[in-house]
Design a binder for this molecule. Structure first.
Ligand code: 5GP
Ligand code: ZN
Length: 115
């Protein structure tokens, strides 16, 4: 737990968030500035600064994060229309919170390449 970390504070319920699911050492909650009709963030409870810090020790955790995203997408009827999972890493990718998170976005047509 990093007391200066926004997402650690959400994981520890020190800060409010619209929590959707908690399981397998992971938490899913609604993004505060949604970029699509469905926009969730899936985070590990453990403080990991970014995807670049993941190691073999986290293999199961990462797998479970994808499973959780798929499960939430299904619950939001996104399986047929499609959805996007995004992980930003570092400055140029636009990572703004230094606690690893997977974005789940869906409910609208997405563009490629991303901006
Ligand atoms: P990043 O830019 O690091 O990939 O994504 C960080 C995300 O966290 C952004 O989409 C931003 O809207 C979201 N976010 C930032 N602060 C908060 C907060 O206090 N609560 C919630 N639920 N989401 C937040
Ligand atoms: Zn953290």
């Amino acid at each position: 737990m990093d007391n200066d970390c926004l997402f650690c504070r959400i994981a520890n319920r020190q800060l409010k968030a619209d929590i959707v699911e908690e399981a397998d050492g992971l938490l899913a909650f609604k993004d505060i500035h949604p970029q699509a009709p469905t926009h969730m963030l899936i985070i590990p409870i453990e403080h990991i600064p970014s995807v670049a810090q993941l190691t073999e020790r986290h293999t199961l955790l990462i797998g479970n994060a994808i499973h959780m995203a798929n499960r939430i997408a299904k619950e939001h009827q996104l399986s047929q229309t499609g959805y996007r999972l995004v992980v930003n890493c570092g400055l140029q990718a636009g990572q703004s919170v230094d606690h690893f998170h997977v974005h789940l976005l869906g409910g609208r047509k997405m563009l490629w390449p991303p901006g």
